[in-house]
Design a binder for this molecule. Structure first.
Ligand code: GUN
Length: 277
């Protein structure tokens, strides 16, 4: 699915170049040397190449100051050949991620993390959707999994995934519950789910007893198991025979996140040039 989305973005990018002589540009900023962030950023760069975007990477040392980072964001805000700006999170602890996100021009905020874009999503009228939840919705659509009227349980309430995920499911008339570390009877709540989205960041947190027979299980986790091997928030081996659909880690939600980022960057570019879809 992610290959299909990227292929469609590639074709539209080719068309944009041919008709308007414009190449979309994405700037990715990474501060410090978090290994998971490094992998994400490399994958984003590769995807840009595959769809024909210009990509710029700004790898800053962990000691970068808030002022230096804000100055870079300002430079990118004003750079005409850059249509999308992504500051990879998490940032080192001494940096204020909220202030950095607020400094990104909202029409270049291809993550949809800026308050203006978050607000638009709440109102149901948006230009960009956050990449991971949008990628999940695209998977549900593609497999014709209905959301309307169904019990949708999201585990995790982050601004990146949990909260917007709940909102997108709500927009499609799901009955949404967002669970978190203080939720009582978590397993019981999860067992109600027709669609269960795990975005909690704990390896193999969702066990078979938490999943209803025939449920759809979406795993947003990117964790390491006891042997250091990449795994998700769901105990895949034990859950897979119980559910009707399940996404693997790696190779599930992650590639869809990146495909959505490509879609958002193309859209940002078109909006900035006043080109309609
Ligand atoms: N860190 C984990 N996921 C994301 C994402 O989608 N965007 C950014 N900027 N940072 C992340």
């Amino acid at each position: 699915m992610s290959a299909e989305v990227k292929e469609s973005v590639r074709q539209l990018t080719e068309q944009l170049k041919a008709e308007h002589n414009i190449t979309p540009g994405l700037a990715v900023v990474i501060v410090g040397d978090d290994p998971a962030s490094r992998v994400y950023v490399n994958n984003k760069k590769k995807a840009c190449e595959a769809v024909g975007f210009k990509s710029e990477e700004y790898a800053l040392p962990a000691e970068t100051t808030q002022e230096e980072l804000l100055a870079l964001v300002e430079t990118l805000n004003n750079k005409e050949d850059i249509n999308g700006i992504l500051v990879q999170l998490p940032l080192p602890k001494h940096l204020d991620d909220k202030a950095v996100i607020a400094a990104i021009r909202s029409d270049k905020d291809v993550d949809a993390f800026h308050a203006v874009n978050v607000g638009k999503i709440m109102l149901g009228e948006y230009d960009f959707l956050p990449c991971t939840p949008a990628g999940v919705m695209e998977m549900l659509h593609s497999y014709q999994i209905p959301v309307e009227g169904r019990e949708c349980v999201v585990i995790g309430r982050s601004n990146i995934v949990g909260k917007p995920m709940g909102m997108l499911l709500l927009h499609e008339n799901g009955t949404v519950t967002i669970c978190h570390s203080r939720t009582k009877n978590l397993a019981e709540v999860c067992r109600r789910a027709d669609i269960l989205v795990a975005a909690v960041g704990i390896p193999k947190f969702v066990t078979a007893d938490m999943v209803k027979d025939g449920a759809v299980v979406i795993d947003v986790g990117m964790d390491r198991d006891e042997n250091g091997k990449l795994c998700g928030d769901v105990d895949f081996e034990n859950v897979k025979d119980k559910c009707s659909f399940i996404t693997p880690v790696p190779g599930g939600v992650g590639p869809m996140t990146i495909a959505t980022l490509m879609k958002n960057t193309l859209k940002a570019c078109k909006l900035q040039h006043g080109i309609s879809e």
